[in-house]
Design a protein. Structure first.
Length: 86
């Protein structure tokens, strides 16, 4: 899968804001066909950051979401600010 098409958009919900502040994570809606390594590669290329971990989840509505944990050198709030979701 083309890495740039793996990521659809970031989610800006109460839960995502709490995760950003407490655990240095952001939540993204991703393509159903994207695997964890596709998501990690896409995020690292798009934002020039270091990703520690990616967890994926399929919602009851069938949408796939990725919980992306950033390294300590990369505050998630900085990435969110660059995407204009803060």
């Amino acid at each position: 899968m083309e890495s740039s098409t793996a990521i659809k958009y970031p989610l800006s919900t109460e839960k995502s804001l709490r995760l950003m502040e407490q655990e240095n994570k952001l939540i993204f809606a991703v393509d159903r066909d994207a695997n964890k390594s596709d998501v990690k590669k896409a995020i690292e290329e798009m934002f020039k950051v270091k990703v520690l971990k990616v967890n994926t989840y399929i919602t009851p509505k069938g949408q796939k979401r990725a919980y992306v944990k950033f390294s300590d050198e990369t505050p998630a709030i900085d990435v969110a600010t660059n995407m204009n979701i803060m």
